[in-house]
Design a protein around this ligand. Structure first.
Ligand code: DX5
Ligand code: ZN
Length: 220
């Protein structure tokens, strides 16, 4: 599987968002992770459509939208038209995951299904053959800067084993608490798309991105 780095702009300095995105582009990032929070599915509120639209106008990085919102089906079309290339929705946030998957597909976008730390990977069984990606949260969604949960890394390992046995080429993304110091561990567990927020934007974003990319043998 190819590896991709998806810096999470939730941790960026919004005063200079454009510059920070140019920095991760120069550093060799492939994706940009865009955390959309509604204050209901998670306690916090982040940003939404206008930000996504502005990003789409100025960057060619793949826009990896992580919807932390209830009833994601209500916003799939809008997110797609604003420029999302990959739409990750939470399994826990909808009563009809199949409908969400079909909506995303019908718009020609990549489909990702996301699970919170307490959700077992068996809950994904009906959907594994229908999606492009599974996003395993390695922290409780809602805030950046938390520590990685080891039992969630174990879920990554089990899921990779299972999808390999099924003969599926599924991307497995990890999100939350990934740092240079635990990067090797999550890659080895079987993740191939890596989200990093504070570890990238908490320092010099170009240098931090380069350091990650070097360790990951990233494809652009
Ligand atoms: C948390 C978000 C993450 C967050 C990761 O709910 O989904 O994408 O930005 O931040 P770090 O890498 O700082 O844990
Ligand atoms: Zn996220």
């Amino acid at each position: 599987m190819k590896n991709y780095l998806s810096p999470s702009i939730l941790a960026a300095d919004f005063w200079s968002l454009g510059e920070q995105i140019r920095a991760v582009e120069r550093g060799g990032a492939s994706y940009l992770h865009v955390d959309v929070m509604d204050g209901v599915f998670v306690p916090s509120i982040s940003f939404g459509m206008p930000v996504l639209e502005a990003l789409k106008r100025k960057t060619t990085l793949l826009l990896d939208v992580h919807l932390m919102i209830v009833e994601p089906e209500r916003y799939i079309e809008t997110m797609a038209s604003m420029g999302a290339d990959l739409i990750n929705f939470h399994l826990e946030a909808t009563s009809d995951p199949l409908e969400v998957i079909q909506k995303i597909r019908s718009l020609g976008k990549k489909v990702g299904i996301t699970i919170k730390p307490a959700t077992p990977i068996t809950a994904l069984n009906p959907y594994l053959e229908l999606v492009d990606m599974v996003l395993i949260m390695t922290v409780e969604p809602g805030f950046g800067g938390q520590s990685i949960m080891m039992d969630c890394v174990e879920k990554v390992r089990q899921l990779r084993k299972k999808v390999t046995e099924l003969g599926l080429e599924l991307d497995i993304e990890v999100d939350g608490g990934v740092k240079e110091s635990n990067l090797e561990m999550v890659l080895e567990a079987g993740a191939n798309v890596i989200v990093a927020g504070s570890a990238i934007f908490g320092g010099n974003p170009e240098e931090r991105t380069k350091a990650f990319v070097e360790k990951m043998n990233v494809e652009n």
